[in-house]
Design a protein around this ligand. Structure first.
Ligand SMILES: [Zn+2]
Length: 640
């Protein structure tokens, strides 16, 4: 399946929209902390969203749809982590200055031009993730660029936004959101559609991520950075893919989405070649329950037992098309199924390109074609087993989607799957509807403020590289690794914090060697929180643990991500021993191996050291053990 594709030839264009949480003390419009909570809400409330007409008189169709589904939202809130602002019971406070300064810093690093005055706007959101029904956003800077080896990447806008509430659960019509995340400041950086290969898109995302990290003011870890991608190929449509959380998935998402669009354009050509026109595809559901009366198919039998109907829709001249693979393990039929699920609320569809199958026999397929009076050589049939009304809605959506196959690629918002393929999420909303947020006064960006920020601009990577070598004693290779490292900001923070107590080399190699080695062994190191490293080096600085204990502790924590380092030390029995105790243990070993030492004299060191480390590894430094072993051997030989 993996054909070699020349993405430049396809006319691939990718734009990034990167959202990164800022590590500020307070939220964007209130004084709540920017911390996530693991406990359930202390008090909860329920809201519903009603679609309203915009000033142009149109109703947002997606909003209307959510409302028709009877959705309601349960919000979890807290005493210490949320306030009346998140609950929309109190107007927002003034825009957080700390967040504004970070955004301006990033703007200057990206050669972007700050606006004269920051105006907060309201952007409509319809999924309940904001209690207000809109998200507050403000343009901070316009234009700018970033250099990449394959060309200049234009920056379009840099905005400050409030993060949305976290979706915790979805059960029937009830959606539960936690308000801890609502209002955490986000910086949004939108690039031009200037990337032309999957690898370039990923590299640029890393570069922007790196630039954000050198400010030392952004949050880290899964969920703190989210990428939306705009992807198109020549002859196609700009498709939005939302919510890619792992940067290393970007090149895959881009490649698979470009492949999907390429295949859809090929399907369009094939359908045209078959002489199909849009008007040939007519919504005409046929009740085919009769055909499957005595079926052995488990799926259909269960549906019939529940009193559901089996309804069919003919797709003329689509034979073979539904089985075409667009992305790995995702066929054109999968796209139809997603429309059916979204618009009809059905659990799935069955189509003739995958039959016989699902326990449906050749005989039944033949009967189905006869019953629908269409040609089994040319036409395809889709069936849905559900309540009649749902089945009809599902098939109506399928007909619309099938018609679109003649135009090419439907404009839609898609989501990324964990394997990098993409799935239908919802129709693309029209141009973002924005209204001024009248509760927040505009902020003027003065020359003085900009001067202050320019003076404090973070050191460029080259300056840091020098510093790492001169001040921290890192080797050139290690310094180079650290500059590009995902851990750069945390490394710098810890190197400063433990100055004179923990060697920066140990901190750097913990990130760049130990973590990588553990990852190579399959340890889920991504579970380890930043605070763990801080605790870890604190324990090391106060000599509670030995250097050798570090990999073991990290590995243990990776499997017990909620626990503290203290607990890991206890569980692993790694508490550093008092010197007298080490002395006692080595003395015992030496006495037990008296004969060996007498026979081999100083050469017995290796063997004794091995035995000692077996007992003491992680509880005391290897260096200390070696010294004591040597001394004990000498003492023994002297006393002979
Ligand atoms: Zn608050």
């Amino acid at each position: 399946m993996e054909e070699k594709i020349d993405f430049r030839k396809l006319g691939l264009k990718v734009g990034l929209e990167l959202h990164q949480q800022l590590d500020t003390k307070h939220k964007l419009f209130c004084k709540c902390p920017t911390k996530l909570v693991e406990e359930k809400g202390e008090f909860n409330f329920i809201r519903r969203l009603r679609p309203t007409r915009s000033e142009l008189g149109e109703v947002d169709i997606a909003a209307l749809f959510e409302w028709k589904r009877g959705r309601y939202y349960l919000y979890e809130s807290y005493d210490n982590y949320t306030c009346l602002v998140e609950g929309d019971e109190e107007p927002p406070h003034e825009l957080n200055r700390e967040a504004l300064e970070i955004a301006l810093t990033v703007a200057l690093l990206l050669n972007s031009k700050p606006v004269d005055e920051v105006h907060v706007m309201r952007k409509i959101v319809i999924d309940g993730s904001n209690t207000t029904g809109f998200q507050r956003t403000a343009v901070v800077a316009l234009g700018g660029y970033l250099e990449d080896e394959e060309g200049i990447i234009r920056i379009q806008t840099i905005c400050l936004e409030e993060d949305a509430a976290r979706k915790i659960a979805e059960k029937g019509a009830e959606v539960t959101y936690r308000l801890d995340r609502l209002g955490i400041p986000l910086i949004e950086i939108a690039t031009g559609p200037d990337m032309h290969t999957p690898e370039q898109a990923e590299r640029v995302a890393y570069k922007i991520g790196q630039l954000l990290r050198i400010t030392g003011k952004v949050k880290r870890g899964l969920g703190t950075i989210r990428q939306d991608l705009n992807i198109s190929i020549k002859g196609g449509e700009k498709i939005e893919v939302k919510g890619v959380q792992k940067l290393e998935l970007i090149s895959k998402v881009v490649a698979y989405e470009a492949l999907r669009q390429y295949k859809l354009l090929k399907i369009k050509d094939e359908l045209k070649k078959r002489g199909l026109r849009e008007n040939d595809i007519v919504f005409k559901p046929i009740d085919v329950t009769e055909v499957f009366k005595g079926t052995k198919s488990k799926i259909l039998k269960r549906a019939l037992k529940e009193g559901k109907k089996i309804v069919a829709q003919v797709l003329p001249r689509f034979k073979g098309i539904l089985g075409i693979e667009l992305q790995p393990r995702r066929r054109f039929g999968t796209e139809l199924a997603e429309y059916a699920k979204f618009w009809g609320g059905v659990s799935g569809i069955i189509h003739t390109d995958e039959l016989p199958g699902y326990g449906i026999t050749v005989d039944e397929v033949n009967k189905l074609y006869e019953y629908c009076k269409v040609n089994p050589e040319k036409d395809a049939i889709v069936i849905v087993a559900d309540r009649e009304e749902n089945a009809r809605e599902a098939l109506k959506a399928i007909v619309e989607r099938a018609k679109y196959a003649l135009k090419g690629i439907p404009k839609e918002t898609r989501a990324a799957n964990p394997d990098g393929t993409t799935r239908y999420m919802r129709p693309q909303p029209g141009a973002a509807r924005m209204y001024p947020e009248t509760d927040v006064p505009p902020i003027e960006i003065t020359e003085e403020l900009l001067r202050k920020i320019k003076e404090k601009l973070p050191e460029r990577p080259e300056q840091r590289y020098e510093k790492f070598i001169k001040e921290y004693g890192l080797s050139k290779d290690l310094a180079r690794l650290m500059i590009k490292s995902y851990w750069l900001d945390l490394f710098e923070k810890l190197a400063e914090k433990f100055k004179g107590k923990v060697s920066p080399i140990l901190i750097a190699t913990t990130f760049e060697n130990t973590l990588k080695a553990l990852k190579g062994e399959g340890v889920p190191v991504e579970n380890i929180r930043d605070e763990v490293f801080e605790e870890l080096f604190e324990k090391y600085a106060e000599k509670t643990i030995a250097k050798e204990a570090i990999p073991k502790i990290l590995s243990w924590i990776a499997y017990h991500p909620e626990e503290k380092v203290e607990k890991a030390i206890e569980a692993l029995g790694l508490k550093k021993l008092k010197l007298e105790e080490v002395d006692r243990i080595i003395k015992k070993i030496v006495e037990n191996k008296k004969e060996l030492i007498m026979a081999r004299r100083e050469k017995a060191f290796g063997a004794i050291m091995g035995l000692a480390m077996k007992e003491l590894r992680g509880k005391v430094d290897g260096k200390t053990v070696a010294e004591i072993v040597k001394r004990k051997i000498k003492e023994l030989l002297r006393n002979m």
